[in-house]
Design a protein around this ligand. Structure first.
Ligand code: PLP
Length: 431
């Protein structure tokens, strides 16, 4: 199967981390998010071990909470020795409510309001990632009023197209995130930050995109950052302590996606960076990475119950499920591909071509199109693999569909970590 923690049992059903899907569905209901804590820990260790081995001391990964933010994830991330990046006060609140240390949080966001800046300062956030000049001024002022000196990274754009990962002269400079190097504005940004009395500039951040399968994009990014860093050292005597190189590697959603060698790639990046630093006469900076997807995506499986088959004569067979875009909007948003299987007949041949449709009054509510699964009957369990990232985090209550429950599996045991929303929850904010 796509992931090694998935097997089938004698009854032909899918078994996730040692637990039969039928037992999960009976105990917790469907749709259900199932998350393998064991797999999450394995994924964390790939980053922590390789980063400690190949990058200078003080380098570590930050879990990008936007991929899957709920209280239960933070003790695991903390336990694995990772920091976390947060993009909103809501994410800060969630992490702190789970007991995650504030000094290990890095605060992102393109438009942090004055009250959000104040909230983060009061929480004792370890590091801001300053996006722009407006934020720089607001943070300097707010920190000064509190008699604080706030550690921060400056978010820069390196002009690499996230779709093709080609370095471009003028193309991907046009972005709402960070300040571009190529236009010369990053220099002014750094100068202003160095002049800001209440900000300690710890280094640079840049993020080129998601689902990166190789090291060369990160190497190109490092080259551009290094050239800038060398120039800044010469002009202002500034040496960056940290390079935060952004989001992590890509994951396998289907059999045709490659498996990324995280350790090998990190080793390649480290070698490239060290050589570049030597050439530029710079000390090798501590490196931060912000994997989100590659920590949680392949640890997640969503279980649905099939409503049955609808045949549109001469066109398609539709399999309907009791969830869809409300718990996984990624097909509707991006046409994302997933591996789907009939979990009640996981060892039967996948010889039935169908499109899996959700329950919303919205023609875009689909999970997968023209895929092959074992022909389902009404009541069969349908499993969608690789749903750990950007599913629960992006879920919604369209059509007043309650959000599913989530269970975490560890050592062959399941525990409820998010309870299913009730109808009362749906109206709880409405006066
Ligand atoms: C989205 C994002 C990440 C996480 O990316 P993944 O592909 O989930 O690893 C990290 N950092 C920043 C700034 C991001 O925008």
């Amino acid at each position: 199967m796509l992931y090694d923690y998935l097997t089938t049992n004698e009854e032909g059903r899918l078994v996730i981390g040692g637990v039969d899907v039928k037992d999960l569905a009976e105990e917790y209901g469907t749709p259900l998010y199932v998350l393998s804590e064991d797999r999450i820990r394995e994924n964390c260790r790939k980053y922590t071990a390789a980063m400690a081995k190949y990058f200078p001391e003080g380098s570590f990964p930050l879990y990008a909470g936007k991929a899957l933010c709920f209280k239960g994830i933070y003790p695991v991330i903390d336990d694995e020795g990772m920091g976390a990046d947060v993009v909103s006060p809501g994410e800060i609140f969630t992490a702190l409510a789970a007991g995650f240390p504030a000094e290990k949080l890095f605060f992102h966001g393109t438009n942090k309001t004055d009250s959000e800046i104040e909230y983060a300062l009061d929480c004792g956030i370890g590091c801001f990632v300053i996006d722009n000049m407006n934020e720089l001024a607001a943070l300097d002022k707010a920190a000064g009023e509190k008699g604080m000196k706030q550690k921060a990274l400056l978010r820069l754009t390196v002009g690499i197209d996230p779709h093709t990962f080609k370095a471009v002269q003028t193309g991907m400079i046009d972005s709402q995130f960070g300040i571009p190097i190529q236009t010369g504005q990053a220099e002014g940004f750094l100068k202003a930050a160095l002049d800001a009395e209440n900000i300690e500039v710890a280094g640079f951040h840049s993020h080129i995109g998601s689902q990166i399968m190789d090291s060369y994009q990160f190497c190109d990014q490092a080259d551009i950052l290094l050239e800038f860093a060398a120039d800044m050292k010469e002009k202002y005597g500034y040496t960056a302590e940290y390079f935060n190189i952004g989001g992590g590697f890509g994951v396998r959603y289907t059999e045709k996606d490659p498996t990324v060698d995280i350790e090998g790639n990190i080793s390649d990046i480290a070698e490239h960076l060290a050589a570049g630093c030597e050439k530029a006469g710079l000390p090798v900076p501590k490196v931060l990475m912000e994997p989100g997807r590659s920590i949680v995506a392949d640890a997640g499986v969503t279980i649905y119950e099939a409503g049955g088959i609808k045949t549109v004569e001469g066109y398609r067979e539709y399999v309907t499920i009791d969830g869809g875009m409300t718990d996984n909007p990624r097909f509707a948003l991006y046409g994302s591909e997933y591996t789907v299987l009939n979990a009640s007949r996981a060892d039967a041949p996948a010889d039935f071509e169908c499109t899996v449709a959700g329950r919303c009054c919205e023609s875009g509510d689909r999970i997968a199109e023209d895929i092959m699964i074992a022909r389902p009957e009404r009541g069969d369990l349908i499993a969608v693999l690789g749903t750990g990232a950007y599913n629960y985090a992006m879920s919604m209550n369209y059509n007043r569909v309650p959000r599913p429950a989530m269970v975490m599996l560890s050592g062959g045991k399941a525990r409820l970590v998010v309870r299913r929303q009730t109808f009362e929850d749906l109206i709880s904010c409405e006066l």
